[in-house]
Write a protein that binds this ligand. Structure first.
Ligand code: PRP
Ligand code: MN
Ligand code: MG
Length: 188
């Protein structure tokens, strides 16, 4: 087991479920973009989406058109457990996305704040298209007017960690997604 297992109340999405869902999402995206001029430009939203980006890109590479990778770092949460409402760019795109088919790769849509901001930001750079693939979505996000075209799992509104999702920068390396025991965030 992992160093962190004792901090986890229960696993809600297993490693195996993540693997299967990632293949499924990649298959959908590969089909939808089969004829996309210039292939796909994946934009990973650091840091949370790092695990999903790596696995999703490999899955896409087995079935889809070629892709390129860009990385942006934005932060709305800082080290707390709730959104501060402020999105900051910590790392911007390295290349011009105009005329490209952009797919934003996110780990989770919660309030939708990060994504709605990012959509607006990327659309202002004249891409050919912008869609979103998010592995997880919380119930709150359903109210957000951001169309997340590809969603892996709808998960309960609890504090979850693992597979990129952190609490105070920790737990990202867990291969599964689990609910953090309340006493863990109560003591910090
Ligand atoms: C988390 C998560 C999403 C975002 C979702 O990132 O990875 O990017 O919050 O929340 P929202 O829908 O309410 O905006 P965070 O800001 O914690 O940064 P991180 O990815 O570096 O952990
Ligand atoms: Mn994030
Ligand atoms: Mg975070």
């Amino acid at each position: 087991g992992s160093w962190y297992d004792a901090d986890i109340d229960r696993v809600i999405i297993s490693e195996e479920q993540i693997r299967e869902k990632t293949e499924e999402l990649a298959k959908q995206v590969a089909a939808d973009y089969a004829d996309a001029e210039g292939g796909i430009l994946l934009v990973c939203v650091l840091k949370g989406a790092v695990m999903f980006m790596a696995d999703f890109a490999r899955a896409l590479g087995r079935q889809g058109p070629p892709c390129e990778m860009e990385f942006m770092a934005v932060s709305s949460y800082g080290s707390g457990t709730t959104s501060s409402g402020v999105v900051r760019i910590l790392k911007d795109l390295d290349s011009d996305i105009s005329g490209r088919h952009v797919v934003i790769v996110e780990d989770i849509v919660d309030s939708g704040l990060t994504l709605s901001w990012l959509m607006r930001y990327l659309k202002s750079r004249a891409p050919e298209s912008v869609e979103v693939v998010a592995l997880f979505r919380k119930p709150e996000a359903v109210k957000v007017p951001v169309p997340t075209k590809y969603v892996g799992f709808d998960i309960p509104s609890e504090f979850v960690v693992g597979y990129g999702l952190d609490f105070a920068e920790r737990y990202r390396e867990l291969p599964y997604v689990g609910v953090l025991k309340p006493e863990v965030y109560a003591r910090s």
